[in-house]
Design a protein around this ligand. Structure first.
Ligand SMILES: [Zn+2]
Length: 234
């Protein structure tokens, strides 16, 4: 395992294995993540940092970072605190809605924030190999992919992608209008999809499940309201 881990690190040239590292960049308002900051970070601490960041985002008090300073501090190694699986939606960028900087967050994005083998592999890298402490599945309101799944949209490669979201549509037993015209239904399916994705991660990744069971990471769901910017946690 140690050999495999070292090989992974060499292959990607980052995280956790760098023998030399730059000093943490600190100011009165933020810290660029480094090896010691990541080592000291817990899963609950990472969740708290994201919650604090969302509150700053919502209140308009985002940290004024020197991003190029953070680029220089993280150029040779990265030590992110969190990994986020979110939709490609233009309003759902995790670094923005959680007010995070360079080197803070691994971000896996796909329309409808589901997981497949490639994304699971990415999450395993981001946690097991690169040390992030929490996996957040971030869904959002008014999601076009969720609406497409509700409406059985057929369009090129989108058809196959939506098939991966449709189980969440079936999870919602609501009677009546089960199309994208029903905002309440779309929201319920989006929430069901987040819960399903969290469960899928645990069911389909023994690596992540073992880390979660051992308390090394947490895997949690959350929903972004695109009308307010507020993230609600499960
Ligand atoms: Zn979406």
């Amino acid at each position: 395992m140690k050999k495999l881990f070292a090989a992974l690190c060499v292959a990607v040239g980052l995280a956790g294995c760098a023998s030399t590292q730059t000093a943490p960049t600190t100011s009165s308002s933020y810290t660029t993540m480094d090896k010691s900051a990541q080592s000291a970070m817990t899963a609950d601490g990472a969740i708290a940092a994201l919650k604090d960041g969302n509150q700053r985002f919502v209140s308009g008090n985002m940290i004024k970072r020197d991003l190029m300073k953070q680029v220089k501090a993280t150029g040779y190694a990265q030590y992110p605190l969190a990994t986020v699986v979110s939709c490609i939606d233009s309003r759902a960028g995790p670094e923005i809605v959680f007010d995070q900087g360079i080197g803070d967050v691994f971000s896996a994005r796909v329309a409808g924030n589901f997981v497949n083998e490639d994304i699971l592999g990415s999450l395993e890298f981001a946690t097991k190999a690169a040390g992030s402490k929490v996996v957040v599945v971030l869904g959002h309101s008014s999601c076009g992919a969720i609406k497409g799944a509700c409406d059985d949209v057929v369009l090129g490669n989108l058809t196959g992608m939506l098939a991966k979201i449709k189980p969440a549509v079936a999870d919602v037993s609501m009677a009546g209008d089960r199309t994208s015209k029903n905002d309440a239904f779309v929201q319920m399916v989006a929430e069901a999809n987040v819960k399903r994705t969290v469960n899928d991660i645990m069911a389909k990744s023994p690596v992540l499940k073992a880390m979660a069971d051992a308390g090394q990471i947490k895997i949690v769901g959350a929903m972004l309201d695109v009308k307010t910017g507020v993230v609600t946690w499960y």
